[in-house]
Design a protein around this ligand. Structure first.
Ligand code: GLN
Length: 487
């Protein structure tokens, strides 16, 4: 069994057809993990015993002829900010280094109900703040295509383990690009769903009005399957939306792009965009035209400004969300302290990293009286304008196509001392979160140096099937899914 190159669908089919057992899948996956993980460092926690127990249960079902769920024995890695009952969930922070949740996030319950196998918790930037996974309190994950480069962030672990073939699938979270940018950096598929489509219950909050959980996979088909399982209204998350899926994501994949209207915003192709990325995107555009799509240049004038609005809004929400980590209700508690205030102060001083403190301070400042109108309110107004701008665009286009990141995966340490430069890496992804839209990142080529390049397809609210359809058509043309990094 060549576990590193198998897709989730192939694994599921093999188990169902009794070509191999779920236990064999888990065993060979952990053998590969033992080989490759020391180089990639994508995991914070591995759950081999739990995974084997779950696999044996699934094998029992197969043996007894019982029907299997939609995930029928597929192993999956989970970003370490998604709560897993009885399994440490650290948010890659010293603050939650020993936190073992007593409950599962809704997405985890949905996966387990469909017979998924959880294999481990993936590394990330502390509290999902960052674009390189270098802000983890524990380890720095490497890009599987070049171990001297970052995997992107904040879901860098989730992207790297799929890219490295040490998980066929994973879940991440995306507040401003944290699924799509690492997917592009690691040469895998990553999807950020429409805000409200997937329950956030059990996702440790960063920016609650922006956060969404979504899948990483090798193929668009596997991405569609995962989305189908994790989506749906949840009484435990009042921002989740009741949305009838009129088209089942998997069955419409092959519909093609003939006649599909695709807009390409010119503002996304201006200075700052790497030339190799631009030319790779251009050749994908040509392919889509050959397939019958109508591709047109269009304009989204408010693009640059989104970045400032995002960093104000997300930091404001973070400053409020992270107030619960004080060493009393949650989190790290120092050994010695003099009274409650000293306990809180020491807990937050010692257990939050530099970037998290920067965001809390920025957010608290933006929300403070006298500055609220100047910063927070203005950012909210901009958010509204961005939303309207997309709404107008989607009256004309089915899908919007753009790069994911302006730059190729950068060297470890290259941007870690320059937060503003790091923030600029999100220029093409954050507006989508501000507008609450769905978007997929799809591998579309490689640079001369062999680094992956990603392309972004953005859809209207609940337009997941549109973007999956277009991504699938392009993926079939580009035939990049078999390429694996040498590790
Ligand atoms: N890189 C962005 C940030 O640091 C996005 C993070 C995310 O999507 N979680 O805020």
């Amino acid at each position: 069994m060549k576990i590193e190159s198998m897709t989730a669908h192939e694994i599921k089919k093999g188990i169902l057809d009794k070509q191999f057992t779920a236990e064999e899948v888990v065993t060979s996956l952990f053998n590969r993990i033992r080989d490759v993980e020391p180089k990639v460092e994508g995991y914070i926690t591995l759950c081999e015993e739990e995974a084997l127990t779950q696999a044996r249960k699934i094998d029992e079902k197969v043996k007894n002829g019982e029907p299997l769920g939609k995930f029928g024995g597929i192993p999956i890695a989970i970003k370490d900010n998604i709560c897993t009952d009885g399994i440490k969930t650290t948010c890659a922070s010293k603050m939650l280094a020993d936190f073992v949740p007593p409950y599962n996030a809704t997405v985890i319950n949905k996966l387990l109900k469909e017979d998924a196998i959880i294999i481990g918790k993936a590394n990330m930037d502390e509290f999902a703040m960052g674009s390189s996974t270098e802000n983890s309190a524990f380890k720095k994950t490497k890009n599987p295509w070049d171990l001297d480069r970052v995997p992107g962030g904040s879901s860098g672990g989730s992207a790297a383990v799929v890219g490295a073939g040490i998980a066929p699938l994973s879940l991440g979270s995306d507040t401003g690009g944290s699924i799509r940018q690492p997917a592009a950096f690691c040469g895998v598929v990553g999807l950020k769903p429409t805000y409200g489509l997937v329950s956030r219950f059990g996702l440790i909050a960063f920016g609650s009005s922006l956060d969404q959980i979504g899948p990483f996979s090798k193929t668009v088909e596997d991405c569609a399957l995962t989305l189908e399982v994790i989506q749906g209204e949840d009484p435990l998350d009042s921002t989740s939306v009741k949305h009838e899926i009129t088209e089942d994501y998997l069955s419409v994949l092959g519909d093609g792009v003939k006649g599909m209207k695709i807009g390409v915003p010119k503002e996304f192709f201006q200075s700052g965009l790497d030339e190799e990325i631009a030319s790779s995107i251009q050749s994908s555009i040509e392919k889509l035209k050959e397939l019958g799509a109508v591709v047109e240049e269009m304009s989204l004038p408010i693009t640059q400004e989104g970045l400032s609005a995002y960093y104000i809004i997300s930091s404001a929400e973070a400053s409020s969300n992270l107030a619960r980590f004080d060493g009393i209700r949650y989190g790290y508690r120092p050994d010695e302290f003099k009274g409650v205030e000293d306990l809180m102060e020491q807990s937050r001083t010692e257990a939050f990293g530099k970037e998290v403190k920067r965001r809390i301070m920025l957010g608290t400042y933006a929300l403070s009286s006298g500055y609220y109108d100047a910063y927070y309110n203005r950012a909210q107004k901009l958010k509204k304008k961005i939303k309207e701008q997309f709404k107008e665009a989607f009256e004309k286009y089915d899908v919007i196509l753009s790069p994911v990141s302006p730059v190729l995966p950068f060297k470890c340490g290259e941007k870690s001392e320059n937060p503003l430069e790091m923030y600029l890496a999100d220029i093409y992804t954050i507006n989508i979160n501000l507008a609450g839209l769905p978007a997929i990142s799809l591998p579309c080529g490689f640079s001369k140096e062999g680094l992956p390049i990603g392309l972004q397809l953005i859809g209207p609210h609940f337009g997941e099937s549109q973007i999956l359809k277009a991504a699938y058509a392009l993926e079939q043309e580009l035939k990049l899914t078999d390429k694996l990094p040498q590790l």
